[in-house]
Design a protein around this ligand. Structure first.
Ligand SMILES: Cc1cc2nc3c(=O)[nH]c(=O)nc-3n(C[C@H](O)[C@H](O)[C@H](O)COP(=O)(O)OP(=O)(O)OC[C@H]3O[C@@H](n4cnc5c(N)ncnc54)[C@H](O)[C@@H]3O)c2cc1C
Length: 370
C-alpha cells in the first residue's frame, strides 16, 4: 500500500512516495479521476465534491450541521437563514446528491427538530448545459427533470457559475445564497496519467490504442477513468462498467502475453478491447430514477421500476455476500421505516459560509463535543 509518484519507463520501474521502487514486466495504471474546478482550486474548500469516503463524510457533516445551526439559531433568536443547498452540476452525481439531500430534509428528519421545519429546505441544481443528465436520451432527461421537480428540487439549466464564495455562488451578476454548496460539475484524470509522459486529452486521460496500451508500450495498460479509449468514433465513458471490463481485459491479455512467451499458441492475443455497454442508470431519490437499459433486454424506464432496478444492480455488484445482505437490509429498513439510521456529525462544528448568510448570527457552540 503506497502512493505511486512517478515512473521510469526505460528501466520499467514505479516510484513510490515512501521512497520504495518496484520493477515490473507489465504495468496497469488505473488511478481513476478526481474533481476538476476548471482552474479555480480555491473553490474546493467552499464547494466539496463527492469522490472519496472522506468527501462523503464531509458532505454529510455540512448538510447535517446546517440543520443543527438553523435549529440552534431559531431557538436562540427566533429566526434562521434560509436553508438553501446549492449543487453545481446536473450530471448523475449532482442529481443523486440533490435527491439525497431532499429526501433527508423532507422524509427522514421531519421529527428531529422542535424549532425548525426541515421540509422548508430548498435544493437547487445549477447546470451549465441546457439539460440535466446530458449524456442520457432526451426522454429520460425530461423524466429526470419532472421527477426532480416533483421532489421539490429546483433546477436551473444554462446556468454558468462564475464564482463560489462563502455563503453564496454567483451566476453571472446574480448572487444565489447557499448554506451549503456542493460541486458535481467536472472531473479530471488522476495527475499520475500526465506523469507517464504520453499524450493525454484535455481532461488528462491517457490516449490509448485498442489494446489499452499507450503508444509504443505494449507492456503498459491504462484502464478505467484514466484511459481515453475511442470506440465507434466515441469516447468510452468514465463509469464503472468500462473500468471493470478494461481491468478484466488487461489481466487476460497480460496472461496471454506471458503464456505466449512460454510457447502457447497465443490464440486471441490480438483481440482488441471492446466495451460492452449494458446501459446507464441514475437514481434521483426515493422511488425516483431513470434507466436506459441495453442488456439483457432493451428498455427506458423512469420512476419506481428504474429505481428498483438501480437498487438491485447496485446491491448485486457489491463485493461479498455479507455486504450485499447488510446493504440490502439497511435499504429495506430505511424504505419501510423512513429512518435512515446514522446521522453522525464528525469533526469540526464550523460550517464555511454560515455567518455570510443573510440573517445568520455567529453562534457560540462551546466545546467541539457540545
Ligand atoms: C459519487 C460517485 C458516484 C458514481 N456512481 C456511479 C454509478 O452509479 N455507476 C457507474 O457506472 N459509475 C459511477 N461512478 C463512476 C465510477 O465510480 C468510476 O467510473 C470508476 O470507479 C472508475 O474506476 P477506476 O478503477 O478507473 O478508478 P477508481 O475506482 O477511482 O480507483 C482508482 C484507485 O486508485 C487509487 N489511486 C489514485 N492515485 C493513486 C496513486 N498515485 N498511487 C496509488 N493509488 C492511487 C485511488 O485511491 C483509487 O483507489 C461514480 C463515481 C462517483 C464519484
Amino acid at each position: 500500500m503506497d502512493e505511486a509518484i512517478g515512473f521510469d519507463l526505460t528501466e520499467q520501474r514505479v516510484k513510490f512516495k515512501t521512497g520504495a521502487e518496484l520493477e515490473y514486466d507489465y504495468l496497469i495504471v488505473a488511478t481513476g479521476s478526481t474533481h476538476s474546478y476548471f482552474g479555480r482550486d480555491d473553490w474546493a474548500k467552499l464547494a466539496p465534491g463527492l469522490k472519496t469516503v472522506e468527501d462523503a463524510t464531509e458532505i454529510r457533516r455540512r448538510v447535517l450541521l446546517a440543520f443543527e445551526l438553523a435549529e440552534r439559531q431559531m431557538q436562540e433568536l427566533g429566526s434562521h437563514p434560509p436553508l438553501n443547498f446549492v449543487i453545481i452540476g446536473g450530471g448523475p452525481t449532482g442529481v443523486e446528491l440533490a435527491g439525497a439531500i431532499s429526501d433527508i430534509a423532507k422524509l427522514y428528519m421531519t421529527k428531529d427538530f422542535r424549532h425548525i421545519d426541515p421540509k422548508m429546505a430548498q435544493v437547487l441544481i445549477l447546470e451549465g448545459s441546457p439539460h440535466v443528465l446530458a449524456a442520457y436520451p432526451e426522454d429520460l432527461q425530461a423524466s429526470a427533470l419532472e421527477q426532480l421537480t416533483k421532489l421539490g428540487i429546483k433546477v436551473r439549466t444554462n446556468a454558468h457559475v462564475s464564482d463560489v464564495q462563502p455563503g453564496y455562488v454567483m451566476v453571472g451578476d446574480e448572487r444565489i445564497d447557499a448554506v451549503v454548496t456542493l460541486w458535481a460539475a467536472g472531473v479530471q484524470a488522476s495527475p499520475l496519467g500526465k506523469l507517464l509522459g504520453f499524450p493525454t486529452d484535455r481532461r488528462g486521460c491517457v490516449l490509448v490504442d485498442q489494446h489499452l496500451n499507450p503508444p509504443g508500450h505494449p507492456e503498459i495498460f491504462i484502464c478505467g477513468d484514466l484511459a481515453h479509449v475511442e470506440q465507434d468514433g466515441k469516447q468510452v465513458p468514465g463509469v464503472a462498467q468500462p473500468a471493470m471490463q478494461m481491468g478484466a481485459y488487461a489481466a487476460k491479455r497480460i496472461a496471454r502475453l506471458v503464456a505466449a512467451d512460454f510457447g502457447s499458441d497465443g490464440s486471441g492475443i490480438n483481440a482488441p478491447f471492446r466495451y460492452f455497454d449494458k446501459g446507464d442508470m441514475a437514481t434521483i431519490g426515493r422511488k425516483a430514477a431513470v434507466a436506459n437499459i441495453k442488456w439483457p433486454f432493451k428498455g427506458r424506464w423512469s420512476g419506481f421500476p428504474a429505481w428498483f432496478v438501480w437498487l438491485v444492480v447496485h446491491v448485486f455488484f457489491l463485493i461479498g455476500f455479507r455486504n450485499r445482505l447488510a446493504v440490502f437490509s439497511q435499504w429495506a429498513w430505511t424504505y419501510v421505516t423512513f429512518n435512515d439510521g446514522v446521522r453522525l456529525i464528525t469533526g469540526s462544528q464550523d460550517l464555511p459560509g454560515w455567518s455570510d448568510q443573510p440573517g445568520a448570527k455567529p453562534l457560540d457552540l462551546g466545546s467541539p463535543n457540545a
